[in-house]
Design a protein around this ligand. Sequence first.
Ligand SMILES: [Mg+2]
Length: 177
Amino acid sequence: MKAVFLDRDGVVVADGNYQFKTSDMKILDGVPQAIIRLNQAGYLVIIVSNQSGVARGYFTEADVVSFNTYLVVELKKAGAKIDAAYYCPHHATEAKVKKYLLDCDCRKPKPGMLIRAAKEHGISLSESWMIGDKISDVKAGKSAGCRTVYIGKEKNSGADATVAAISNAVEFILSKG
Ligand SMILES: [Mg+2]
């Protein structure tokens, strides 16, 4: 299988500051349509998200799971399928909740979530892509052996493409195969 990994905050939903309430969720323009195109092209679509708000004590893992579940359901109503959602609750230095104080291998820019997803879903990482709005997303994708698309204004993102919106990212990916 090939996959497109999506960062969550700033790519799929508007980037609230450590948001966890479903009432605050705003799915960004063009996202359902972009995901539908990836679904139709045979890509698994998988969310990979750093959620250090768990480590910082702002919200719990259960909050992250309910936010993600709600997001998946809302997208499904629009016809867009998310195949899985992974998150990293850790932080190596700023955790207030002791059990999440960990120099883990899953917090982006590390590639742990992508590698785990690849194992669990039989994904070929070299045929897969990471779309993100931070350089840490690009780094995680590259470390996992994926190609990458960066959404944003940073000049030297290191990604295969730098674009303004998710629709452009999907356009680029589908043009490369
Ligand atoms: Mg982001």
